[in-house]
Design a protein. Structure first.
Length: 438
């Protein structure tokens, strides 16, 4: 065997591995012998047919298996001799592979970069106080009451916090908005919709700020200024005038903290509700601190060392980021055309994030190996429970699905190991509590 290594870049190599004709012939003979053992041909006992007869009868099957084994042998022998630590195989060119002659196979591979693990013990992380104030408890209980609010029809002018049922129809100049965006008719007109007075942004930006002081039956023209980055590109940066008519005004009435409310909240008293709410808020703050520590640690790890990243890892991570971004925005109703219009900037941002993510993954993988961090049954069990809850599947069904998808299992194992390594690094960090904000 002969091996030639060419540098494509610091992290990418081309390996031309040549097996001499005796090695190739040995592979061919072993494949023929292997198939002959199971061959059943007329006139011969099973497994006793001459090799030449088997080679002729099963030529197609032998050729495929033979080429595959030559490629596999070239790769495994080449790695053993070159001592390269391959991260991924980018491309394979087989060349001519025939029995009785030498065979050259060209592999393009990304190699795992060489770097010294950064010092991670004692990294400083800052967290916020987790003490919960009475005001925070009261605000959380008010939010619970708001979720259970009743909305009663009122015969008065609308005020902040009320919900107004209205119809609208818009124009930009003399052209109807519905004509500008025929595939998004909801932005042109609607026979009825609900809007909170001075509430958070609704479908039409700023509409909620212009419907206070209106009673049922009132009509009004309102001007809506669509921001330059508005996701409906035909409306972005433009002003439209909408003729609205108020159909109904409802007041949000919060429920009393009475026996019925407490029963629905599954507590026996207001004090018990406050205690549980305080515990929940404290837990959320602790989880927020944990997430903040993980973010701070990854940023410090990434800044501590520099090395060239495998391009294949950056590419796969970029695609993952873009896929998640598109799925999330499509769930929010952002049209696919918006991605195309901003594709260049989106890809550039994704590549930048991918490079950072890839770097952190490699560092954490190195720490996991050096610290002998391994996955236990409890890690898999916890993942199954969490994933089953997230997807709404029974754990048993999820386990069966994973058993059929080796690539998904491999990806899961890698992510679990990296998460465990990150948790280990966080556990070694020093913690500074920021002053409480007034």
């Amino acid at each position: 065997m002969n091996i030639e290594i060419q540098d494509v870049s610091v992290s990418r190599k081309t390996l031309v591995i040549t097996l001499d004709k005796s090695e190739v012939e040995a592979v061919h003979q072993s494949v023929v012998a292997e198939i002959a053992k199971a061959a059943s041909l007329p006139g011969f006992r099973p497994g006793k047919a001459p090799a030449a007869v088997v080679a002729k009868r099963y030529a197609k099957e032998i050729e495929g298996e033979f080429k595959s084994k030559v490629v596999n042998k070239a790769y495994s022998d080449g790695l053993e001799q070159s001592k390269l630590e391959v991260f991924s195989v980018v491309d394979v060119k087989e060349g001519v592979i025939e029995a009785g002659i030498s065979a050259a196979v060209t592999f393009t591979v990304d190699i795992r970069p060489e770097f010294k693990s950064p010092e991670f013990k004692g990294l400083e992380t800052e967290v916020k106080p987790v003490d919960v104030t009475d005001a925070e408890v009261d605000a959380a209980i008010e939010a619970m009451r708001a979720e259970r609010a009743d909305f009663k029809v009122v015969e008065r002018a609308s005020a902040k916090g009320d919900y107004v049922k209205l119809s609208y129809e818009g124009k930009i100049g003399e052209q109807a908005v519905a004509e500008l965006v025929p595939d998004r008719a909801i932005f042109g007109k609607a026979p009825q919709t609900w809007e909170e007075v001075e509430g958070n942004e609704g479908l039409l930006p700023g509409l909620g700020q212009q419907i206070g002081g209106l009673s049922t039956g009132a009509k009004k023209d309102v001007t809506i200024a669509f921001p330059a980055e508005f996701h409906v590109t035909e409306l972005a940066g433009k002003e439209a005038v909408y003729a609205i008519e108020v159909l109904e005004v409802r007041e949000k009435v919060l429920p009393a903290l009475d026996e019925a409310f407490l029963k629905g909240a599954q507590v026996e008293s207001v004090d018990a509700l406050k205690t549980r709410t305080r515990e929940h808020l404290k837990y959320r703050k602790e989880m927020d601190n944990r997430a903040a520590q993980r973010q701070q640690v990854t940023e410090k790890l990434a800044a501590a060392v520099n090395f060239e990243l495998p391009q294949s890892l950056i590419e796969s991570e970029t695609q993952s980021i873009l896929r998640r971004f598109m799925e999330e925005n499509m769930r929010r109703g952002v049209p696919a055309e918006t991605f195309e219009q901003n594709k260049e900037a989106l890809v550039a941002d994704a590549q930048k994030a991918a490079a950072r993510n890839a770097k952190v993954q490699l560092i954490l993988a190195r720490i996991a190996a050096e610290e002998k961090i391994e996955l236990k049954d409890a890690d898999y069990d916890r993942f199954i429970r969490m994933e089953a809850m997230r997807s709404g599947q029974a754990p048993e069904k999820l386990v069966k699905e994973l058993g059929k998808d080796r690539e998904r299992v491999r990806s899961m194992q890698q992510q679990l190991l990296l998460d465990k390594a990150l948790d280990f690094v966080v556990s070694q960090a020093t913690v500074v509590t920021a002053p409480a904000q007034a």
